[in-house]
Design a protein. Structure first.
Length: 703
């Protein structure tokens, strides 16, 4: 079906925009379109129409399993960050966005010290010659510690708990994971959570059902561990994978982990300890917390009970080597040694990459610096890549979408009036954070940054030790939160991150400056470009407040039943449509047999995609009625409404290696990028009207 003329409700066009920003935006869209886009029916294959050119013009590097527009955005930011890290301290590059109060001359020496600390971490990582000379020694030291605390024979009564504690201090989850977070039923209070490790060994529990993969993995485990435990029998080393397989079978599914109704089990620390007698949880938690802990949230009591049985049936020598293997998995990227090469090649193969491929070293070290001293790096990124105009537009878009979402809630005839009122109050209460944090830490205050990283010791020639120091500092900060009010000023993502998130317990949506960049965001391009891409992301995050998980939380971020049974039933009926719809989508699996998308695992994200897209479109239409947009040059084939959906879909243009796509099916709560376009278009009444599709009714509709 050819693209039709704009409907009568199309906002009036003022003229064609020929500014550099408009030419750039237009060329980006034309670059991505399929070469024969005019011949493709948008109602049946909009993804090919919008992204066919993107796939033809983007190749995956050997070290990439997949990539999409967000990847390209992130890499553009990485190039800027690389220039920052490899240049001298920028004494005269202060952006006009920042006032003298934010970057006072008195703070200059502290600012330069922060910069030097950051670049030292980067340079230590780049120093491959020294890292190679050091070799496996830092990892071997940790292995020796494990063997000392948990010998293969003659363990003491506390050996198991002390080894779990040892690894926990290194940031490694051995058998059980623990940490602090806001209590879902009392979101102003910090509480301890105890859970199964997020990864047992392979990336997801389903991968242990693939016999061929498990056999290959077992060979890798034996090859690596035989170098670290040369006197151990091969059968014992191979049994590590059987042990992992049992742990994986006992672990909850990915969808159960994200279901608050199945993963919130408050109990006393003593009761939690009694679930798995061989592991002294009381000792582990109280030691990490440096104080008495009485109450914890156990996400899976069944796992702890099963763990007790599994440990009783397992040779201690196997458990010891399991702990060693966890250390290898945690620290292999910080060493350069033949010992870890088999595992690194295996990880590459899991993602469909060349087994011997490695990213350019600067990319690895940039990621390490962001993990280690990310807020210092953010400070210099913001100075170079963010502006007051960008922040103002981001705030405006998010505020506009809040208005539209309240209208959607008020039209939901399946909710009670009082529930609608509470839902609208929840939208108004959502805290929108744009760009970067100004507290905890204030990244534009050098003193605040220096204090934040005070305990991180950095050496220009000890890369492994730098990583350990950063981990120790982060863990100490995490556990120090007990007994204090929840700090709602903290951010979970650094400023250069190309992503966004919604926090149910904080009832906040957060948009780092990294995602507010071209091509999804441009304050100087027509509004439908930014509303279509960034606006839909903003709407997506806001929709999470009312998805299958977020709906359980009220405006204070408290996990509570605030919907009637009839409303819950009506929601679940509508949500089931999304489950069924996305479960019909497939990707090619081993031997090209189709593997279905997990509609239950991806439910929350699919609901958010649909709700966010609709809210963003309505927000743009309302804004355009007051402030008409100009047309983009060379795109006369599309109406402005149609270009809104083109801009949205451009964000999800991507490609993936088959193995990477399979891996994401089991572990990623998001649907494959292709179906985030096709599913969203099928569920968009506004899209079907904009392109005059034969059927205007959406497949599934909730918000």
């Amino acid at each position: 079906m050819p693209i039709t003329s704009p409907p009568a409700s199309e906002p009036a066009s003022s003229n064609i925009c020929t500014t550099p920003a408009c030419v750039h935006a237009s060329s980006e869209i034309l670059y991505n379109l399929s070469p024969n886009y005019k011949d493709i029916d948008p109602c049946t294959d909009f993804e090919e129409l919008v992204c066919g050119g993107w796939r033809e013009r983007h190749d995956l590097r050997p070290d990439q399993g997949d990539a999409f527009t967000g990847t390209i955005m992130a890499e553009n930011s990485q190039l800027l960050l690389r220039h920052i890290l490899e240049a001298p301290y920028p004494k005269s590059s202060r952006h006009s966005f920042f006032s003298p109060m934010q970057l006072a001359p008195a703070s200059h020496s502290v600012d330069e010290d922060n910069f030097d600390k950051m670049t030292s971490a980067y340079q230590a990582c780049l120093d491959e010659e020294t890292i190679k000379k050091v070799g496996v020694a830092p990892l071997a030291k940790i292995v020796d510690e494990i063997k000392s605390v948990y010998p293969a024979s003659a363990q003491s009564e506390n050996s198991l708990s002390e080894t779990i504690l040892l690894l926990a201090r290194y940031g490694v989850s051995g058998l059980v994971a623990s940490g602090t977070s806001a209590d879902d039923t009392n979101p102003d209070v910090v509480v301890v959570f105890v859970s199964p490790p997020w990864e047992i060994g392979l990336p997801s529990k389903e991968r242990y059902e693939d016999d061929a993969l498990v056999k290959k993995y077992e060979a890798v485990v034996v090859e690596v561990l035989s170098q670290l435990s040369p006197d151990e029998k091969k059968e014992t080393l191979a049994a590590v994978v059987d042990f992992e397989k049992k742990l994986a079978a006992a672990s909850p599914s990915a969808e159960d982990r994200q279901d608050i109704t199945k993963s919130y089990h408050p109990m006393s620390l003593g009761d939690a300890s009694r679930l798995v007698p061989k592991v002294d949880l009381s000792h582990i938690i109280s030691t990490l917390a440096s104080q008495q802990v009485d109450r914890v949230i156990v996400t899976s009591p069944k796992y702890l009970e099963d763990l007790a049985t599994i440990l009783e049936e397992t040779d201690p020598a196997v458990v010891q080597n399991y702990f060693i293997w966890k250390a290898v998995q945690a620290f292999h990227s910080y060493i350069d040694s033949p010992v870890s090469k088999p595992y690194e090649g295996f990880v590459n193969e899991l993602a469909g990459k060349d087994p011997n491929s490695v990213p350019e070293r600067w990319r690895t070290c940039l990621a390490h610096t962001d993990d280690t001293l990310g807020w210092i790096l953010s400070r210099f990124f913001i100075e170079r890549a963010f502006s007051a105009a960008a922040k103002d537009l981001g705030d405006l878009i998010v505020s506009d979408i809040k208005v539209e979402f309240t209208s959607k809630l008020n039209r939901a005839d399946w909710m009670r009036v009082d529930e609608k009122r509470e839902a609208v109050d929840k939208v108004h209460a959502i805290d929108q954070k744009i760009g970067y944090p100004t507290k905890s830490p204030n990244i534009m205050d050098p003193g605040s940054l220096a204090e934040h990283y005070r305990k991180v010791n950095i050496s220009s020639d000890r890369h492994f030790d730098n990583a350990l120091s950063a981990t120790a500092s982060a863990l100490a900060d995490d556990w120090s939160k007990l007994g204090k009010p929840v700090n709602r000023d903290e951010w979970e993502m650094t400023a250069s991150t190309v992503n966004a998130y919604y926090s149910p317990s904080g009832n906040e949506i957060v948009f780092p400056a990294g995602i507010m960049q071209f091509p999804v965001f441009d304050a100087e391009a027509p509004a439908y470009v930014s509303y279509g891409a960034f606006g839909s992301v903003a709407g997506h995050e806001l929709s999470h407040a009312f998805d299958s998980s977020g709906r359980h939380y009220n405006k204070e971020g408290k996990y509570i039943d605030w919907w009637s049974n009839d409303t819950v039933k009506a929601f679940e009926e509508r949500a089931q449509c999304f489950v069924d719809q996305y479960s019909n989508f497939t990707v090619p699996g081993p031997d090209d047999k189709p593997i279905h998308v997990n509609g239950r695992l991806t439910l929350g994200e699919n609901i958010a995609d649909a709700g966010g897209l609709s809210a963003a479109f309505q927000a743009w239409r309302r804004r355009a009625a007051v402030q008409p947009n100009q047309d983009l040059p060379g795109l006369e084939h599309f109406s402005q409404s149609q270009l809104f959906f083109v801009s949205y879909s451009n964000w999800w243009c991507g490609k993936s290696r088959k193995d990477a796509a399979v891996e994401r099916i089991f572990s990623d709560p998001h649907a494959p990028k292709r179906y985030r376009i096709l599913g969203s278009m099928n569920n968009s009444r506004e899209f079907r009207e904009a392109f005059d599709c034969p059927v205007k009714e959406p497949t599934c509709e909730l918000w």
